[in-house]
Write a protein that binds this ligand. Structure first.
Ligand code: UD1
Ligand code: UDP
Length: 367
């Protein structure tokens, strides 16, 4: 048996890890040990995913919590190092681009434990984003790079990575959307009182939007404007909610901009599958829009998921009110025709598991 130590900590990582963890549980050679850094800790940002997606309870919860980047990442590294020294894994598996990803990768690399990075090679080419720093550093200390798209693979090749380290895996979020998407009903729509195709779904949490009062106010005003025509459902990330509370923002408008608490993945997929359109600054939600064939207005100045923009499924509008409203109008009058397999076929979890097995056999010998 090979011991794989999976480090997760933030909402999108639970969703991605759910897929690979299920595949690893089906592999007789693998023993997965899950470490939760505690970066996300509210029940609706953490526990709900473990219970509804059948993710095994983490063997270690480091309970690091929130903090500035240096303090949070540093505390994670200290605690992950202790776990690695005790568990002695053959490989550390990290996902995406959060501080938990970086902490897990750096600790493992320094202990000479091979690092496998799922969602490698993504680039926004904007180093103001903490995620961009996390991705670049994580890729550069990783031994096995699972690129979800051809664009990601090319980014890695351009940075000088050997092709032998890169595996084009497809995107595990497609596996999740297919697997769980089949299992949900539309009952949740009744609970929140919306009709199929009768609302826009929105999310906002990205630092560049929330930390700028002007950008956040502009986006919310534009969503409120849209809500004069069609209800807008906004499950709000705690980061955004706290900042709005600090700024004493209230939603005084009579329009139908409905702010709700973060929801579980199954409820989210239900809203995505049935909505008219999506407006988001999330990475994962942009792809889910495509999986469920919904036009996506991306509330950012750039995206790592460039193939969606190139295909006309996604419009980058930044925090520009006119551009947000124009994109909503354009997508309402003419919906894109969705096609292709931009993110693979939904078998990334199995691919990653098989590749990990080969990698560990070649690097560590049989056993
Ligand atoms: C993090 C990731 C981001 C990812 C996002 C997914 C980094 C640098 N950023 O951003 O890439 O897109 O997760 O959701 O790792 N908070 C709570 N309860 C929680 C979690 C957070 O109240 O359970 C609040 C705290 O005030 C905290 C703030 O949200 O300070 C930000 O949380 P943090 O994990 O630092 O960053 P995210 O914005 O969630
Ligand atoms: N998500 C969710 N509930 C919510 C908002 C998002 O389950 O209230 C899911 C969403 O469907 C996607 C993932 O969380 O699978 C995206 O995470 P997030 O937007 O927090 O981070 P990002 O992908 O931008 O890093």
């Amino acid at each position: 048996m090979k011991k794989i130590l999976t480090v997760v900590g933030a909402r999108p990582q639970f969703i991605k890890a759910a897929v690979v963890s299920r595949a690893l549980r089906g592999a007789s050679w693998a023993n997965e040990v899950i470490v939760h850094t505690g970066q996300h800790y509210d029940p609706d940002m953490s526990d709900v995913f473990f219970s509804e997606m059948d993710i095994p309870k983490p063997a270690h919860n480091l309970e690091i919590g929130s903090g500035n980047h240096g303090a949070q990442t540093g505390r994670m590294m200290q605690a992950i190092e202790e776990v690695c020294l005790t568990e002695k894994p053959e490989c550390v598996l990290v996902y995406g681009d959060t501080n938990s990803t970086l902490a897990g990768a750096l600790v493992a690399a320094k202990l000479h434990i091979p690092v496998a990075h799922v969602e490698a090679g993504l680039r926004s080419f904007n180093k103001q984003m903490p995620e961009e720093i996390n991705r670049i550093c994580t890729d550069h200390v990783s031994d096995l790079l699972f690129a979800p798209t051809e664009t990601a693979r090319k980014n890695l090749l351009r940075e000088g990575f050997s092709d032998a380290k890169i595996a084009l895996s497809g995107d595990v979020m497609l596996d999740a959307a297919l697997f769980y998407g089949e299992r949900i009903t539309s009952d949740y729509l009744k609970t929140i009182g919306v009709e199929p195709q009768g609302y826009v779904l929105a999310t906002i949490h990205r630092a560049e939007n929330t930390d700028s009062p002007e950008r956040l106010a502009t986006i919310l005003d534009a969503l409120a404007e849209i809500s004069k025509r069609i209800p807008v459902i906004l499950p709000l990330h705690p980061r955004t909610r706290k900042l709005l509370e600090q700024r004493s923002w209230s939603n005084p408008r009579p329009q139908d901009l409905r702010i709700i608490n973060p929801i579980g993945y199954l409820q989210m997929v239900c809203l995505e599958k049935n909505c008219h359109m999506i407006a988001t600054d999330s990475g994962g939600v942009q792809k889910e829009a495509y999986f469920f064939q919904k036009p996506c207005i991306t509330l950012r100045d750039e995206t790592e998921w460039v193939e969606l923009v190139d295909a006309g499924y996604n419009r980058l509008v930044g925090a520009n009110s006119d551009a947000i409203l124009a994109a909503h109008h354009a997508f309402t009058s003419q919906r894109p025709v969705f096609s292709g397999n931009l993110y693979g076929t939904g078998s990334a979890g199995k691919f990653i598991t098989d590749k990990l097995r080969l990698f560990l056999q070649e690097n560590l010998g049989h056993g």
